[in-house]
Design a protein around this ligand. Structure first.
Ligand code: SF4
Length: 402
């Protein structure tokens, strides 16, 4: 998962002095664009990622070493785009460069997103040798007709092969992405996808609802009526069916879209949801130091050009106000099954905000439940987490006005 585009602040009130940090590396290249994708990525076709990209990443680590020096790196995440287009030696070079300026935690989680159709056994083994210890595989579906609809470059069998290769290469920490809510997809299709992932032994699943993003081919088709998206009730039924099937298989539903075996939650993504510091490298990558967010230029050519002149390709920065931080705290916490910690919330935003939430908690039943000092979403609450966050915020704002 890429660093969030929304503004974030630290859950713990973390400051720049905090010792632990996560690192995100954005790889902006894909073989071709999927029909639903609005992320920044450049379709390369048969071409390889240019070497100038690696040089620029290495340069960025050097230029930003003050943000890393003396810190302990707890996770590194190669996201994209399609990071599995990078030669494993490049991944190793970047990890070495990082290890030269910061120390790595003994339990550091190093994830590489990898797409079927871009990997083979040898390269997966080489990523592992380079230091990667977690793979996030873009399976999306085991149904060829749906994969073609999504414009994925791979078949269902290639997805299966990639998972088998990952196991054979020695990875035991494997996550897989699934997409639900695809036009013509049936609930049985989704459940058979889940079942197949369980039988492959993946320990983490990210299940995303297909959304129509502006400017994508899917948006064009939906607008012209060539495609009709499933209705809300169908999507909700799929969401709850996935939840039930994965929980029955021993997974914890710990975030709206994420499930994990005990002890296998994505450490890196929790950094975002807990609003802890991270350094984002690469085009369009976002960073957060506990107070300030900043982000790099989204154009990879501009990114490379700036770094060739020894300049950070910074596009913007901002410091959040207290009320913006409060909004984010609520919005991000209610996406997590652990919910909002009212003790911490009161420490940051005042006793009045806490008692306001406690007094009004009955309004959000049965979607949010108050258990001691935690305001937790139920599974039905996770399904409507964004809407609930808006309602909680509205009530807190009204209390503040009184
Ligand atoms: S592989 Fe991922 S990043 Fe690349 S176009 Fe498809 S969805 Fe977008």
């Amino acid at each position: 998962m890429r660093a969030p585009d929304s503004k974030t602040l630290s859950k713990t009130g973390a400051t720049a002095e905090q010792q632990e940090v996560s690192v995100y590396v954005h790889v902006p290249f894909c073989v071709r664009k999927c029909t639903y994708c609005a992320f920044y990525s450049v379709p390369l076709g048969e071409r390889k990622p240019p070497r100038s990209f690696l040089d620029a990443l290495l340069k960025e680590v050097k230029l930003r070493q003050s943000e890393l020096r003396g810190k302990t790196v707890t996770s590194v995440y190669f996201g994209g785009g399609t990071p599995s287009l990078l030669p494993p030696t490049w991944v190793g070079s970047l990890l070495n460069e990082l290890a030269g300026v910061a120390s790595f935690s003994p339990s550091v989680e190093i994830t590489l997103e990898c797409n079927p159709g871009t990997t083979e056994h040898q390269s997966l083994r080489a990523y592992r040798d380079a230091g990667v210890n977690r793979l996030s595989v873009g399976i999306q579906s085991f149904h060829d007709v749906l994969l073609r609809f999504l414009g994925r470059i791979h078949s269902a069998d290639e997805g299966r092969r990639t998972l088998a290769q990952a196991r054979a290469a020695g990875f035991d920490n494997i996550s897989a992405d699934l997409i639900f809510g695809i036009p013509s997809q049936r609930i049985d299709d989704v459940l058979s996808d889940v079942q197949e992932l369980v039988s492959f032994g993946v320990v983490h699943v990210s299940a995303y609802e297909l959304t129509v993003e502006k400017g994508t081919p899917l948006a064009d088709r939906a607008r012209s009526g060539r495609v009709s998206m499933p209705d809300e009730a169908t999507v909700a039924e799929m969401f709850l069916a996935i939840h039930a099937r994965l929980e029955a298989a021993g997974f914890e539903h710990y975030e709206v879209s994420n499930y994990a075996h005990p002890g296998r939650r994505s450490r890196h993504n929790l950094t975002y949801w807990h609003r802890l510091p991270y350094v984002g490298l690469g085009p369009s990558a976002h960073s957060f130091n506990g107070r300030e967010r900043s982000w790099n230029s989204a154009s990879w050519e501009h990114y490379v050009e700036q770094l060739s002149k020894n300049e950070r390709p910074l596009q913007g920065r901002e410091v959040l106000s207290k009320s913006e931080a409060l909004e984010e705290e609520i919005a991000l916490s209610l996406r997590l099954a652990e919910g909002l910690d009212l003790d911490r919330f009161a420490a940051q935003y005042g006793e009045q905000a806490r008692s306001c939430i406690r007094r009004n908690a009955w309004r959000w039943s049965p979607f949010l439940v108050l258990e001691d000092q935690q305001l937790r979403p139920t599974p039905e609450g996770l399904l409507r987490a964004d809407q609930l966050a808006l309602e909680v915020l509205k009530v807190v704002a009204e209390c503040n006005e009184k």
